[in-house]
Design a binder for this molecule. Structure first.
Ligand code: 6PG
Length: 246
């Protein structure tokens, strides 16, 4: 990882979302200028929704090169795309249905399929998109991540075998505590990104933010996020950052 994580503390989720959306616009413009495309993997959960909605606004959306932007996901629930729990549905409703992204630029995880087949299909999609060789890794321009109050990120949960994966880009993982399967990018795939931005709000996340940033607790999947050759930034609200001091 090139340098320590950058930490941006915002007053509240509105302030954090503006910071995160502005960062998205900055990276999109820079990536398209440098390489003619911007390849982003979105996070699921609830925190990023306000950021996605801001990106759909005229003020910020008018500055994004949508036709050269490609959307992937860091993880997905094993549900159909129109299911209330679908990460794709959340992004579609808050952003993708409101901006001129070409349909062929949206590379969702097929959560409706049998988990192993969905993981294999998504890995193939990524390998084909990045034109990867057998032992190569994708370099996403930006990956948004969230943090669970147990320290999980994407769908890499504490104690899960998926955290040990070193070869595959994508795995299906059974999450015992949720009694459900998930599809997730693996740590090596995540850590090849050029920019990784955590978006975390709420006092309930403060202990895990401290463990990840200060104690670097190896048991925490979020603490294992360390770009090999890239930039890591944490966008926090004051409540989520409240255990970092002292
Ligand atoms: C998911 C996410 C997951 C999420 C965290 C935080 O599919 O749910 O990928 O890693 O980011 O659980 O979720 P909240 O933003 O809802 O707190």
């Amino acid at each position: 990882m090139t340098g320590p994580p950058e930490i941006f503390v915002a007053k509240d989720i509105q302030d954090l979302s503006r910071n995160a959306a502005t960062e998205f616009v900055r990276l999109a413009q820079r990536s398209v200028e440098a390489a003619g495309r911007f390849v982003v993997a979105l996070s699921g959960g609830s925190t990023p929704k306000a950021t996605y909605s801001l990106l759909a606004s005229a003020e910020l959306g008018s500055r994004v090169p949508w036709t050269q932007t490609h959307f992937f996901w860091g993880d997905e629930r094993c549900v159909p795309p129109d299911h209330p729990d679908s990460n794709y549905r959340m992004a579609y409703e808050s952003l993708l249905s409101k901006v001129p992204v070409p349909a062929e630029n949206i590379h969702r995880i097929e959560g409706e399929r049998e988990p192993e087949a969905a993981a294999a299909a998504y890995e193939r999609t990524i390998r084909d998109f990045f034109r990867l060789g057998v032992s190569s890794w994708p370099r996403f321009d930006l990956i948004f991540l969230g943090l669970g109050d147990d320290g999980h990120t994407a769908s890499l949960f504490p104690g899960a075998a998926a955290r040990q994966e070193t070869r595959r880009l994508v795995v299906a993982t059974y999450v015992e505590k949720l009694k459900t399967h998930r599809i997730t990018l693996t740590l090596p795939a995540l850590n090849r990104a050029a920019n990784i931005c955590f978006l975390v709000v709420g006092e309930n996340k403060a202990p895990m933010v401290r463990k990840a940033l200060r104690e670097k607790s190896a048991q925490l999947p979020a603490a294992q996020i360390a770009p090999v050759d890239g930039r890591l930034a944490w966008f926090l609200d004051e409540a989520a950052a409240s255990a970092l001091h002292g």
